[in-house]
Design a protein around this ligand. Structure first.
Ligand SMILES: Cc1cc2nc3c(=O)[nH]c(=O)nc-3n(C[C@H](O)[C@H](O)[C@H](O)COP(=O)(O)OP(=O)(O)OC[C@H]3O[C@@H](n4cnc5c(N)ncnc54)[C@H](O)[C@@H]3O)c2cc1C
Length: 442
């Protein structure tokens, strides 16, 4: 049986980060990846002459972010696009009132102030929350403290629902009270017109990455780890397991003996979300060239409420919207044409006949993907923020879980994946390793 120092399972950003740092430290490693590509949930489609990030797009704040530093070192020019965290304002946003009319600027400003007022109260309410409170519970308390009339509260309530959907792909009643604690954005947000996949491609350079290797079994003991795929079994002193929470919870990858109680408990309180992208390209930029995003208030925005203008990335008039939380469940099984018709019905309500039929539509299907089972994990009611770190508790000193869901500070992101891979490598090497080695060895 082939013997290695470390086997890394999964060639997403977490796995490639761990592998690159271990390889750089002289360890014999192999990365086993189920798909026929690296990158995992960082995936860029380049068909029909377009560059479309089907997975991650944003760095949610470049200040002090290792992904920002790595992408700069790897020659990935960014574009500023600071609307990726469901901000109420800060960049130009076209708000439409429940009746479909454009909200005047002063009304939009007043609405953003209302969101900020609730957010300020919310921080204290969350600090005082009970273990089984949901995000709905705490937002209701924060809204009640404002003493507003029903209409004013309703607009902010639906904003908080939509923010939960877009940030975590979850319905507000299903997310833990602390589920959005790490929502702060440090510095500008950016996206990559050349495609986010250049990051995993650069991280993978020079590594022994074995594509098409679906891991079905991981056996750990004091002696090390045996990892089984259809290509045979491999043995190593240690392993880094970076598959998404949904794969860990599904039955396709056996871990023997089962995960210890602390890790299994944390895993049981996290779950994969429902969050799909819908990218529509148009003959014209019928929404104008002065807005970063479009938002629909009121009942009409229940399904489609926010659109992001991706035109500056490539010059082609393009809108991105999300089927997140309940909407993602609703559209499951719809074909792309039906999704597009549903989105366009809303856009025509706002822009009339100017909203021409799209020339192309792309709808992702991360929840149906057996190697993802959703877009990222969220904290269910009863979960605590410590669950993320607990999931990464070293197992038997030989098996290390890593990946976005194992990082407490800003989980569900590419930086979380990178930092978790860095932590796994440091634990295996039993020494500190500057994260800059990821790109300074490039
Ligand atoms: C639609 C969408 C939008 C997003 N938007 C953003 C964003 O704007 N900004 C942001 O920072 N983050 C965003 N994210 C989240 C971000 O993409 C992830 O947090 C991050 O890429 C996760 O990296 P990872 O290495 O932890 O997991 P993954 O990238 O999922 O890597 C795990 C790897 O394991 C492989 N694998 C699974 N099962 C097996 C098996 N049995 N055997 C072998 N290999 C296996 C998978 O194929 C995958 O390659 C988004 C994600 C999605 C899907």
């Amino acid at each position: 049986m082939e013997q290695l120092d470390t086997i890394v399972i999964g060639a997403g950003v977490a796995g490639l980060t761990a592998a690159r740092l271990l390889h750089g430290a002289g360890r014999r490693i192999a990365v086993l990846e189920a798909r026929d590509r690296v990158g995992g949930r960082v995936w860029t489609d380049r068909s029909a002459g377009n560059v479309t990030d089907l997975g991650a797009s944003w760095i949610h704040g470049v200040d002090g972010c290792p992904v920002a530093a790595a992408s700069e070192a790897f020659g990935m020019p960014p574009i500023e696009f600071t609307v990726g965290s469901y901000q109420p304002d800060g960049r130009p946003i076209a708000y439409f009132a429940p009746d479909g009319s454009r909200l005047p600027d002063d009304a939009a400003r007043a609405f953003a102030e209302d969101v900020r007022a609730v957010d300020a109260t919310l921080r204290e309410v969350i600090d005082r929350s009970e273990p089984l409170d949901s995000y709905r519970d705490v937002t209701e308390r924060a809204l009640a403290a404002q003493d507003w009339d029903e209409e004013r509260a309703a607009r902010v309530r639906e904003f908080l629902e939509h923010r939960t959907e877009e940030q975590y792909g979850a319905w507000i009643e299903d997310l833990a009270a602390h589920g959005l604690d790490d929502d702060a954005v440090d510095g500008d947000e950016v996206v990559f017109p050349g495609g986010y996949d250049r990051l995993p491609a650069a991280l993978a350079e020079g590594l022994d990455v074995r594509l098409g290797h679906v891991v079905t079994r991981v056996r750990w003991s004091d002696d090390g780890v045996v990892v089984v795929t259809a290509h045979g079994a491999l043995r190593a002193a240690t392993a880094v397991l970076t598959v998404p929470v949904g794969v860990l919870q599904g039955g396709d990858l056996a871990i023997e003996p089962p995960l210890p109680a602390r890790v299994a408990g944390a895993l049981g309180r996290l779950t994969m979300n429902r969050f799909e992208k819908v990218v529509l390209r148009f003959p014209t930029r019928f929404w104008g060239d002065d807005v970063y995003a479009i938002r629909q208030q009121g009942a009409e925005g229940r399904r489609w409420h926010s659109w992001y203008d991706l035109t500056p990335l490539h010059g082609t008039p393009t809108l991105l919207t999300f089927a997140a939380g309940p909407t993602a469940r609703e559209i499951e099984g719809w074909d792309d044409a039906r999704v597009a018709a549903s989105v366009m019905a809303q856009l025509r309500r706002l822009y009339g006949a100017a909203a021409e039929a799209p020339t192309s539509v792309q709808v992702t299907a991360w929840h149906a993907d057996p190697f993802a089972r959703g877009s990222y994990a969220y904290m269910t009611v009863g979960s605590t923020t410590a669950d993320h770190d607990d999931l990464a508790t070293p197992i038997g000193g030989v098996l290390h879980l890593a990946g976005e869901a194992t990082w407490t500070d800003d989980p569900a992101t590419v930086p979380a994946a990178m930092l978790s891979g860095h932590r796994a490598a440091e634990r295996i090497l039993a020494s500190e390793v500057p994260i800059e080695r990821l790109w300074s060895q490039a």
